[in-house]
Design a protein around this ligand. Structure first.
Ligand SMILES: NC(=O)c1ccc[n+]([C@@H]2O[C@H](COP(=O)([O-])OP(=O)(O)OC[C@H]3O[C@@H](n4cnc5c(N)ncnc54)[C@H](OP(=O)(O)O)[C@@H]3O)[C@@H](O)[C@H]2O)c1
Length: 240
């Protein structure tokens, strides 16, 4: 039977490309989203991939949602914690709400997504976890103290889970995208976007499919010996 893969925030942007790539690889895919029903419906109409709505920042909602996915599609073997948001502001103007919202979605959301299904992965002796972090978790970024903190935290999560899961056949890895042409990035003013592209040696934004291909590899059987790693896909913008 095909393995089941869950992609949080899997209906738009990078997550949508990941969901589609995993479906093409033969996995059963569940894509989650937060509230944009219209985009989710269009995504299902286009791809045939089932979507589920819950807020990754809420543990009980996540647990119930994951149980529903497992009851409909079978045990989740692969989880891609991709859902993420930005609430940018220079630190002196950052409001506690902006800090809390980003921590809740990007960091606690990763805990809430993995924790309920971790015991099942341990019992079955197999699991693949990929967290979508960011170049800005590696290097920091002006006006993103909140976002950079969560994305650096994501790297701590996978490095720790890698150690806990290794003996149970579970791997946990991160992908750190650079600037990718999704709505998140296309929403910034054109002048700022041009300045960003100017900092990328490859001379262009990345494509969501380029991140999806990293994920497809990390969740495959071929990647069994890659654990606790970070793949940086950023057009040469930053080296760790
Ligand atoms: N784009 C980039 O250049 C870039 C670079 C580095 C890292 N990343 C990371 O890559 C990931 C995807 O980014 P993207 O640009 O593809 O984002 P996006 O286009 O804005 O899509 C975000 C997805 O996450 C979902 N989501 C947001 N908050 C959620 C919540 N609380 N609960 C459940 N789902 C939630 C959204 O659902 P709705 O459709 O319902 O809103 C949507 O499906 C993020 O973690 C981001 O930080 C992106």
């Amino acid at each position: 039977m095909a393995r089941t893969a869950l992609v949080t925030g899997g209906t738009r942007g990078i997550g949508a490309a990941i969901s589609k790539a995993l479906k093409e690889q033969g996995y059963q895919v569940a894509a989650t989203y937060a509230g944009n029903d219209e985009k989710a419906k269009a995504f299902t109409d286009e791809t045939g991939i089932q979507t589920y709505k819950w807020n990754v920042g809420n543990y009980e909602e996540s647990k119930a949602g994951l149980e529903k996915v497992e009851s409909e599609l079978g045990p989740i073997d692969i989880v891609v914690a991709n859902a993420g948001i930005t609430r940018d502001a220079p630190f002196h103007k950052m409001k506690p709400e902006q800090w809390n919202e980003v921590i809740e979605t990007n960091l606690t959301g990763v805990f809430n997504t993995i924790h309920p299904i971790w015991p099942g992965m341990r019992e079955r002796g197999f699991g693949r976890i990929v967290v979508i972090s960011s170049i800005n978790g590696q290097k920091g970024q002006f006006a993103q103290v909140n976002y950079a903190a969560t994305k650096a935290g994501d790297l701590g999560i996978v490095k720790s889970l890698a150690q806990e899961g290794a003996s149970k056949g579970i791997t946990a890895n991160a992908v750190c995208p650079g600037y990718i042409a999704t709505e998140m990035v296309m929403a910034v003013p054109e002048k700022v976007r041009d300045a960003i592209v100017g900092q990328i040696p490859t001379g262009r934004l990345g494509e969501p499919e380029e991140i999806a291909r990293c994920v497809s590899f990390l969740v495959s059987d071929d990647a069994a010996f890659i654990n606790g790693s970070t793949i940086s896909a950023n057009g040469g913008q930053f080296f760790v």
